[in-house]
Design a protein around this ligand. Structure first.
Ligand code: SAH
Length: 230
């Protein structure tokens, strides 16, 4: 691992300590930190930003979108409480970095991205890097991916105006949805929604965050995710 990437991990660990009062976790699990060490963020940014690949901040990835801040990637991954058997759905593939981190920890990752160009670039990256447990579709993810449901974890990497009911419905008993909720470019809060074994839904607020908006263009293509247009 490059020294800059080790510094990125140190920064994440420090920020986990500062935010412990909000998140309830002063240290992220060794498995999550190891996954962050194994995925090279530089492989997910364009050459123009490669010298900033390990900065603890978002970076542009085209189409007006961003690769998320590494600390937030770590936190959201941590909050999913994945096991090697988990099946995860991500909404907002973007660069593919978050999906790659999830793929280190889970059995299978499904990811939806509404910009087909970004989805294609991410898919090429996964092939080049040898990932065989990530499936990407170009689609509006607001209604999830019914064909592949239910999921142990669902992670939304764009801010939703509300908690999409279809995503809650696609959680397994014991499953967790990690999602930023709030208006576009306004006050957004990271939330964890859990469905317990009896089907009871609980939600908790974790931390104030700043995400690009989840765009719901009204297309319900949850059954046939590949059908959507850009
Ligand atoms: N997880 C990404 C971060 C992506 S930023 C990474 O690791 O790089 C959020 C992404 O969500 C953007 O790529 C955006 O195009 C996508 N997005 C926004 N609304 C969406 C929707 N309704 N369905 C699927 N993807 C969406």
């Amino acid at each position: 691992m490059q020294e800059a990437q080790q510094q990125m991990l140190d920064t994440i660990a420090a920020e986990a300590r500062y935010t412990a009062d909000y998140t309830g976790r002063s240290r992220f699990s060794p498995a999550v930190m190891q996954a962050l060490g194994e995925v090279d963020r530089a492989a997910f940014v364009s050459p123009a930003y490669r010298d900033r690949a390990y900065d603890n901040g978002p970076l542009p990835i085209g189409d007006g979108q961003t690769i998320s801040q590494p600390y937030i990637v770590a936190l959201m991954t941590e909050l999913l409480d994945l096991t090697p058997d988990s099946v995860v759905l991500e909404i907002g593939t973007g660069s593919g970095y978050q999906a790659a981190v999830l793929a280190q920890l889970a059995r299978q990752v499904y990811s939806l991205e509404r910009f087909c160009g970004l989805a294609e670039t991410a898919r090429e990256r996964f092939t080049r890097l040898g990932y065989t447990n990530i499936e990407v579709r170009c689609a509006n993810g607001y209604n999830g991916w019914r064909e592949k449901a239910p999921f142990d974890g669902i992670i939304v990497t764009a801010a939703a105006p509300d908690i999409p009911p279809a995503l809650v419905a696609q959680l397994k008993p014991g499953g967790r949805l990690v999602i930023p909720v709030g208006p576009p470019y306004g006050y957004q809060v990271l939330m964890v929604v859990t469905r317990d074994a009896a089907g009871k839904i609980e939600q908790r607020k974790v931390l104030g965050v700043a995400f690009v908006p989840l765009i719901d263009d009204g297309i319900d293509n949850g059954d046939e995710a590949g059908r959507s247009k850009q």
